[in-house]
Structure formats: structure tokens, C-alpha cells
Design a protein around this ligand. Structure first.
Ligand code: A2P
Length: 278
């Protein structure tokens, strides 16, 4: 006999590769972060990105199709959920809509993580630098919560340059929260967070430290403030994630320091990735 269970329609997800939003936080009128469920089969390395987005109606055909963009996963590889940190662009095709998502809504997430901001792409070193502008902080939010970061390095320096002070809040709160991170304290040992040096700067609003990190390094001010020597290929490794001009300028500076760009298949001294912009 046919039972109810066999005839009842199977629950279908409304979207392909749908994941459910579990938390949304708005940081400024230009920035927000959100968390979604994690597909059970999704494995990734801290620092990688995935394609995420929403369905949209094709104006010509009237059909629904996915609108996707590359987003760094801001949560670490061990986390049960996935976190993302995003800009809000009022006329941006995706973020004009994505900024309105609420808990319980669904987004599309293609479970194919890729990226170069991973530990595998760097040779062993003593000091690891993270250089971010704006939402380029996202992959480092993942790597700062990744035990390997502290197992592999004696010192971790994170610089974050933003236009305004409020844009630093997500990163600052994340770094402060590391002190109370049970997993990291257990795996790495209490006090692991003392390895972190945080260097936030703003360029268009008054804050404790003003200026572009590139200028502050060129003048030597950043190294003096941090109490460290300039980057040296023997000891220093670096990851860059920011806007295009920033990435290119830092790349040029690193080459002057003698650092060589690495890749997954060819680990070297530094790696670069462009932060997502709608
Ligand atoms: P600035 O305000 O001087 O342009 P954006 O929001 O445009 O992506 O910029 C984010 C931050 O990155 C801003 O503080 C901006 O400074 C800074 N920035 C932009 N270009 C560079 C660059 N080539 N080198 C260093 N910082 C940069």
C-alpha cells in the first residue's frame, strides 16, 4: 500500500543551494555582517571565498536566475555556521537587496570554496601580516579565529585602513572577542591573543591613527608604532585584501622589500586578493 509518507510532496527548497540566515548585524549605514547555516558537506580553508547571492528576475525572459558575487568567508573553518561581512551599495545589483535580508530568509551559496589567502600559499615564517581596507577585513576575520594562525607564527599583525572610524568596529570587536574564544584558548593556550598586534587607521575621519597604511609604512611610522622591523623575506609573511589600488601599491612595496608572491601550488612570502565591491 502507498503510505502518506510516499505520496506527500517532498519539501523542496525555494532556491538552489539555499542556506538560511541565522543572524544579521548592521555596523554602519555602509556595512553589515550576517551568518547563515553551513552545508554539511562544505569544507573550506580559513581565508577562502565562495559565491553567494540571491535570485533575480531576468528582465528579458522574465525567468528567475541567481545573481552571485564572490564573498570571503569571515568565519573560521571549524565554525558550525558561515559568516560574511559586506558593504551596502544603494544601487549595487546585489547588495542593494542583500542588505535587507533578515533571520529566516534564504540566500544562495555555491559550496565551492577557493582563494589564495590561505596558510598553504605561504612558506613558514615568524611573523604574519594581514593588510586590509574596508570589507577586505573579512578573510582575516576567518584567519584570526583559525588555530593554525597562532600555531605557525610567533606574531600576527593586522592593519586595517578605513575611511571612517565606525568602519573599524566590526574588526575591533572581533579582535577583542578573541580573548574569550573558548576553542582558541583551549587549543592554542591561554594568552594566545597576546601574539596579535592590531593597527587600525582612518583616512577621512579623525581617529587615534590617521593615514593610509602604505604611507605610514613608507615613512616608517607604522613600524615605529608597532615596535617591529620593516618586512623581511626571511621572517615575514603577508596577506593583502583590499581595494585594487591598495593591493597594487602594497604589492609594489613588498617586491621592494624582497618578498615574492605565492600561490597554492607555489608557496612564497605573500598573497593578494581583491575585496568584493558590488
Ligand atoms: P582614502 O580615503 O585616502 O582613499 P575605499 O572605501 O575607497 O575602498 O577605501 C578604503 C580605504 O582604503 C580608505 O581609507 C582609503 O583611503 C584606503 N585606500 C584607498 N586606496 C589606497 C591605496 N592605494 N593605498 C592605501 N590605502 C588606500
Amino acid at each position: 500500500a502507498v503510505t502518506d509518507a510516499q505520496t506527500a510532496p517532498k519539501p523542496v527548497k525555494a532556491l538552489p543551494d539555499a542556506q538560511t540566515v541565522t543572524e544579521v548585524k548592521h555596523w554602519t549605514d555602509r556595512l553589515f555582517s550576517f551568518r547563515v547555516t553551513r552545508p554539511a558537506s562544505l569544507r573550506f580553508r580559513s581565508g577562502e571565498f565562495v559565491m553567494i547571492g540571491l535570485m533575480q528576475t531576468d528582465e528579458k525572459t522574465g525567468r528567475e536566475k541567481p545573481l552571485l558575487r564572490a564573498y570571503s568567508i569571515a568565519s573560521p573553518s571549524w565554525d558550525e555556521e558561515l559568516e560574511f561581512y559586506s558593504i551596502k551599495v544603494q544601487d549595487g545589483p546585489l547588495t542593494s537587496r542583500l542588505q535587507h535580508i533578515q533571520v529566516g530568509d534564504e540566500i544562495i551559496l555555491r559550496p565551492k570554496p577557493v582563494g589564495t589567502l590561505v596558510h598553504d600559499a605561504l612558506l613558514p615564517g615568524k611573523r604574519l601580516w594581514f593588510f586590509a581596507t574596508g570589507t577586505g577585513f573579512a578573510p582575516f576575520a576567518s584567519l584570526l579565529r583559525e588555530p593554525q594562525t597562532y600555531e605557525d607564527y610567533d606574531e600576527v599583525i593586522i592593519t586595517h585602513t578605513c575611511r571612517e572610524a565606525g568602519e573599524l568596529t566590526y574588526g575591533r570587536e572581533l579582535i577583542e572577542s578573541l580573548k574569550d574564544d573558548e576553542l582558541l584558548n583551549e587549543v592554542i593556550g591561554e594568552g594566545f591573543w597576546k601574539k596579535i598586534k592590531y593597527y587600525p587607521t582612518t583616512t577621512r575621519e579623525e581617529s587615534e591613527k590617521m593615514g593610509r597604511i602604505t604611507d605610514l609604512m613608507r615613512s616608517g611610522e607604522a613600524f615605529a608604532d608597532l615596535g617591529v622591523a620593516p618586512l623581511n623575506p626571511d621572517t615575514d609573511r603577508a596577506m593583502i585584501c583590499g581595494n585594487l589600488a591598495f593591493n597594487l601599491e602594497l604589492k609594489e612595496m613588498f617586491e621592494e622589500y624582497g618578498l615574492v608572491e605565492g600561490a597554492n601550488s607555489n608557496p612564497k612570502h605573500y598573497v593578494v586578493e581583491k575585496a568584493f565591491l558590488d
